[in-house]
Design a protein around this ligand. Structure first.
Ligand SMILES: [Fe+2]
Length: 188
């Protein structure tokens, strides 16, 4: 089934809009986590993967959280991308949309999945070898509880995994494994 854009074109769009390699890597990590979540929950991996890959297209052009996602919505609407993907991307940052909330499994999963990538990346970067391969699930769950660690990774949003039926510990393991599989690609 098509979602208005192929994966190769989606990655090209990411590279067109994001010059910072860390943001490209974050997009790829989010794709991997969202695919793993879809697999676990019995949803469409390609669809959820595209939501992860494309969610931060305007992170450089609209870095302010008061407007972040507004431009991405415009770009993806113009491309004819699937409406559910666009809506999940729109709502991964609620700040521009007072009164809005996340309700669907994809919406909760994108918000939780893209956010945990920051925690997993930070857990790798504090290791002496700075490699994802040597990070254990236990260290992710421990870091989750240390609120001062990787502050940008909002713990309440990560906890939305529970709203789609994935317990937090399982979610840490699933995300770590998904990112380890593409560690070479994302510079970890
Ligand atoms: Fe993101």
């Amino acid at each position: 089934m098509g979602y208005g854009i192929e994966r190769d074109a989606a990655l090209a769009l990411v590279r067109e809009h994001l010059q910072n390699e860390n943001l490209v890597n974050h997009s790829l990590a989010s794709e991997a986590v969202l695919r793993a979540m879809a697999r676990k929950l019995g949803h469409d991996e390609d669809k959820w993967g595209l939501a992860g890959l494309l969610h931060d297209l305007d992170a450089e052009s609209e870095p302010d959280l008061a407007t972040h996602t507004t431009k991405t919505v415009a770009i993806l609407t113009e491309k004819g991308v699937d409406a559910e993907i666009i809506e999940a991307i729109r709502l991964h940052n609620l700040e521009p949309y007072p009164g809005a909330s996340r309700t669907t499994p994809l919406q909760h999963s994108l918000a939780a999945g893209e956010t945990i990538t920051g925690l997993v990346t930070a857990a790798a970067l504090v290791r002496p070898d700075r490699q994802l391969g040597s990070v254990k699930v236990k260290s992710i769950t421990k870091r989750y509880k240390e609120r001062a660690f990787a502050r940008g990774a909002n713990r309440e949003i990560i906890a939305e995994c529970e709203l789609v039926g994935i317990p937090l510990t399982d979610f840490c393991g699933l995300s770590l494994e998904a990112m380890q599989e593409i560690a070479g690609e994302i510079g970890l």
